[in-house]
Ligand binder design. Structure first.
Ligand code: FES
Length: 107
């Protein structure tokens, strides 16, 4: 299974194995990772699963849908060009090794 790496705002690194068909958010919450709240359960309604995608991976992610784009304007920490919602990142074998940085807060 693909694995993804989360880098917390304080620099702590956590590597998480993903399951079949999971989003990055689902993999994080299944492992009890701090820093992803996912209050809406992945329904693209809360923006509490905000992550900053490592620049080297940006081009390999699917395009941002309109609903994700709108939600990213309401994140608790600054939206940057590499901001994404982790519930909208479906993990595929091509994303094995993906690196996501966590913001300082989600609310
Ligand atoms: S979990 Fe709510 S928008 Fe991602």
């Amino acid at each position: 299974m693909p694995a993804i790496t989360f880098i917390h705002a304080d620099g702590k690194i956590e590597r998480v194995e993903t399951g079949e068909g999971e989003s990055a958010m689902q993999a994080a919450t299944r492992h009890g990772l701090d820093g992803i709240l996912a209050e809406c359960g992945g329904n693209a309604m809360c923006a509490t699963c905000h992550v900053y995608v490592d620049e080297s991976w940006l081009a390999r992610l699917p395009a941002i849908a309109d609903v994700e784009d709108a939600l990213l304007d309401g994140t608790a920490t600054e939206r940057l060009p590499n901001s994404r919602l982790s519930c909208q990142i479906a993990i595929t074998p091509a994303l094995d090794g993906l690196v996501l940085r966590l913001p300082e807060r989600q609310v």
